[in-house]
Design a protein around this ligand. Structure first.
Ligand SMILES: Cc1cc2nc3c(=O)[nH]c(=O)nc-3n(C[C@H](O)[C@H](O)[C@H](O)COP(=O)(O)OP(=O)(O)OC[C@H]3O[C@@H](n4cnc5c(N)ncnc54)[C@H](O)[C@@H]3O)c2cc1C
Length: 570
């Protein structure tokens, strides 16, 4: 059997995936690259990023302060060598974006503008109004079109990594239009599949953020690192979870409780609205619990107030926020405060990868939100993620290009057998299955609500143990699901079932990793262990899949270079 074969296969058409694909052909124009994406690339979640991308570009800024802010923000769980390399590369990548045509917002002298962001000591968040992700994704996407070597497989859903003789040699993917199962082979595979926010009910993440790449790697034996570290952003719109960017606070917005008080003075007095996300989300939750939140039809909320900024600033710096207020809340933020509450936003954890995206499985690389290269530790600083996608997407692309120059092409015999097995598995589990009366939608919703309660802003042993049991029951019920759509063309019910399968897998890893970390660090806040415990837990959690329900957890030292762990106060 012959399969479509490439040098490098990138799974994911978001910022990290496209940047990686470009890096491969830049490193070696003779290489042939495949880019597989379950949605048209411009629909990747990157498109919805609003606030900006961090990079040291102003003369009064320094690599050292960006590194320190990131490491302190991570609650000392970041690998410091990785952070130090990142802060040096980020400005190079932002300028590269400039050269590729990114329409950054500018100062009167033409330089790229920067705005303040949470946890950053100075202004270093470069932005394109409040649609930064849209413009950055457009920029890399249009650039990728220049390269004939990049072959796109849009609307192709990867279901499994192909592993032959201990190395990753491609994926099985369903072409969603025809329903055909294909083996797409390559000498190296880069995972850039984004986050997993849809594991939670209340999230800023798009429907497609279902942790697929993390689950694919986990099932192939690769560890998932620091999965207990889930970021909650302080300012989501109640009900929809739509993000109100941190740039609103960066531009000077205030957070107030129902008494009209800027309550952050009790929690982050020196930073106030520009404190880091984990601490502000906890402050808001505490205020709610103590009765100082507003009560609304969709639960408790706070006010985010930008009225004092005036219409001109709002229209030039935050026009999209005004649009969101109008469309989704029925308010004009020039005249009305915005209702907000903490919302799941980002996954610090991910596929265990090093500074070049190398995973422990030969031929497999990972970059962007699906990866954990050691940058974000216990809490990511806002605007570091878009830069991370560029820096580590490019690094993974270069590394994969180097690796394939000496790697042999995958053989077709084992690949053929693996394709047959995977096709049979999906047909038996979903398409040709008889009986079953469980609904995907019901299981998904119960999982999401259980995760909100059990693995949210604050956690306890009791809550996490209960959650492991709930997830176990949902997994049993998932075995009995019914798929009503037996067609092959755009069978979205089948995709939803496979996404739920991935989500149940990663939800379990989040929960067991959180249960085992008996301390509070970064976004992981245990009510029963409120202190950080460096003696025991200045370590990465790495979770491996077992045949049992719970993963096997290993701990790995954090690499410390210049910044000794200190108490984290702002
Ligand atoms: C609302 C919002 C606003 C944000 N704002 C900012 C910001 O201002 N600054 C900042 O730094 N960060 C921000 N972030 C975070 C940042 O945008 C993301 O972390 C980043 O864009 C992720 O990029 P990515 O390339 O890793 O993944 P994504 O952009 O999510 O792309 C994932 C890709 O993988 C593909 N894929 C996934 N599963 C499969 C599969 N099974 N088969 C085939 N393809 C698959 C998808 O089709 C998609 O192309 C924001 C996030 C959100 C949700």
């Amino acid at each position: 059997m012959d399969f479509e074969s490439y040098d490098v296969l990138v799974v994911g058409g978001g910022l990290a995936g496209i940047r990686a694909a470009i890096a491969v052909v830049e490193a070696n124009p003779r290489l042939k690259v495949a880019m597989v994406s379950k949605v048209y690339p411009m629909r990747s979640h990157t498109v919805s990023a609003e606030g900006g991308a961090a990079a040291v570009l102003r003369p009064e800024d320094s690599y050292e302060t960006h590194a320190f802010d990131t490491i302190k923000g991570s609650d000392y769980l970041a690998d410091q060598d990785v952070v130090e390399a990142f802060v040096r590369e980020a400005p190079i990548e932002v300028i590269q974006m400039e050269h590729w045509g990114c329409p950054w917002s500018r100062e009167p002298d033409g330089k790229i503008s920067a705005r303040p962001f949470g946890g950053m000591t100075t202004w270093r968040t470069c932005f394109a109004a409040d649609k930064t992700g849209f413009h950055m994704l457009h920029t890399v996407f249009q650039t990728s079109l220049k390269f004939d070597q990049i072959h796109r497989h849009d609307e192709a859903f990867a279901t499994k990594l192909l592993v032959e003789d201990g190395r990753c040699v491609g994926v099985v993917a369903i072409d969603m239009r025809s329903g055909k199962f294909d083996a797409i082979t390559a000498k190296a595979v880069i995972l850039a599949t984004g986050g997993l926010g849809r594991v939670y009910a209340f999230t800023t993440n798009g429907n497609i953020c279902t942790g697929d790449g993390m689950a694919l790697a986990y099932r192939a034996g690769v560890g998932l690192k620091d999965m207990e570290m889930v970021q909650f952003h302080p300012t989501g719109l109640p009900f929809t979870g739509i993000l109100i960017t941190e740039a609103v606070r960066g531009e000077g917005g205030y957070l107030t409780n129902k008494d009209g008080e800027r309550f952050l003075k009790r929690y982050v007095p020196n930073k106030m609205e520009l404190g880091p996300r984990d601490i502000i989300s906890r402050a808001m939750t505490t205020e709610f619990e103590e009765g100082r939140g507003f009560e609304g039809a969709h639960g408790k909320y706070m006010h985010l107030d930008v009225r004092h900024l005036g219409e001109a600033v709002i229209d030039s710096k935050l026009p999209f926020m005004r649009e969101l207020g109008r469309e989704f809340v029925g308010i004009d933020i020039v005249h009305d405060p915005i209702p907000v509450r903490p919302v799941q936003h980002y996954m610090m954890g991910g596929v265990d990868a090093d500074i070049s995206g190398v995973t422990p499985l030969a031929g497999l690389y990972a970059a962007g939100e699906c990866a954990n290269v050691g940058l974000n530790g216990g809490n990511r600083l806002g605007s570091n993620s878009l830069s991370e996608c560029l820096v580590f997407g490019a690094a993974a692309g270069r590394q994969a290009a180097d690796y394939v120059s000496s790697a042999r092409a995958p053989g077709s015999n084992p690949v053929g057998a693996m394709l047959k097995d995977e096709t049979a598995r999906i047909e038996a589990a979903y398409l040709d299955k008889k009986g079953g009366d469980e609904r995907i939608g019901a299981i998904r919703e119960e999982m999401q609500l259980a995760m909100d309660v059990g693995a949210g802003v604050f956690r306890t042993r009791e809550g996490l143990e209960k959650l492991t049991k709930q997830l176990g029951t949902l997994r049993d019920r998932f075995e009995k699901i019914k798929i009503e759509d037996s067609s092959r063309t755009f069978n979205t019910e089948l995709m939803a079932a496979m996404e739920l399968d991935f989500m149940l897998e990663v939800a379990d890893v989040i929960t067991y990793s959180a249960l085992a970390r008996e301390e509070s660090r970064g976004a992981h806040s245990r009510r029963d262990y409120p202190e950080r415990d460096d003696a025991k837990y200045l370590k990465h959690t790495v979770a491996f899949r077992t045949d049992d329900i719970s993963p096997r957890l290993e701990y790995r030292d954090v690499r410390i270079t210049n910044f000794k762990p200190q108490a984290r106060t702002y």
